[in-house]
Ligand binder design. Structure first.
Ligand code: FPP
Length: 251
């Protein structure tokens, strides 16, 4: 993977979103349209992911969050779940050194405790190895669901209230945000979903409260730097008011 460091690119100077989140949808339909097995769609999806990480770095995006496996994806046929796990393992094993070399910092969000220990270890190894990097932050949402994330935060806060460490009236939106999986990261400015579907599917429910949404009519394996630039151009045409009356820039 080529160098992803390009801090002063044109887009960075002229309003690139700081944080882009992507729902990578349509691998199965991409494969079906070609008479190929779904696994081939996922495999080509990983290639699209590589291109996207590279393009995000080149465009000066600070944070890229990808929805790589949802809490609900366990409901898929066992063989498909197994394939997705194989692809994740392979992605980390084959690409981690390259990501690290390119100064990419990997972060993981999602529920970890119930994961296969080997997968959990791999994810944590990626975080540990790249923890000091200062280039693109790649947030991998794995075994992730927005409702589950908020519920985990609520449970931890409830425990503190039950122990008398916090008053119920101290439970504010700000406090809840501090108990989410990556509380130090800014909310996504832009959420992109491929495949033409127009829904959030339990992705970043809390964090996307004021995000701009761009839905693209292409399947994820066809996504590339040009598609990312197209989505960013659309984002830059939007007027962001965050509930107020005066437009503010998102980055
Ligand atoms: C949606 O396509 C995609 C997923 C469920 C997972 C996304 C996974 C990848 C891009 C490859 C794996 C990446 C890593 C890092 C492991 P779909 O199967 O829902 O497509 P469909 O809606 O057309 O059936």
């Amino acid at each position: 993977m080529p160098d992803t460091k390009a801090p002063t690119s044109l887009t960075a100077r002229f309003g690139a979103p700081r944080h882009v989140a992507i729902i990578m949808d349509g691998n199965g339909r991409w494969a079906a349209a070609r008479g190929l097995p779904r696994s081939e769609g996922h495999r080509r999806g990983v290639e699209a992911l590589r291109r996207t990480v590279r393009a995000a770095g080149e465009l000066g995006i600070g944070i890229l969050t990808i929805f790589s496996f949802s809490s609900e994806n366990w409901l898929r046929p066992r063989a498909e779940v197994r394939e997705l796990m194989v692809l994740l393992r392979r992605f980390i094993r084959n690409d981690l050194a390259e990501l690290h070399k390119n100064d990419v910092r990997v972060r993981i969000i999602g529920e970890r405790d119930s994961l296969d220990p080997e997968i959990r270890h791999l994810l944590e190894e990626a975080e540990a190895l790249t923890g000091g990097n200062r280039g693109l932050t790649l947030v991998v949402a794995f075994n992730y669901g927005g409702r589950q994330e908020i519920a985990r935060a609520a449970q931890r806060i409830a425990e503190e209230v039950a122990r008398g460490r916090r008053a119920p009236e101290a439970v504010t939106a700000e406090l809840i945000a501090n108990y989410l999986d990556a509380p130090d990261l800014p909310d996504p400015d832009l959420v992109i979903r491929t495949s033409g579907e127009q829904r959030l599917s339990n992705f970043l429910l809390w964090q996307a409260a004021y995000s701009e949404f761009v839905f693209l009519p292409i399947y994820w394996p066809d996504f590339d730097g040009a598609a990312l630039e197209h989505a960013i151009a659309e984002y830059r045409r939007r007027e962001r008011r965050f509930g107020g009356l005066i437009a503010r820039t998102g980055s």
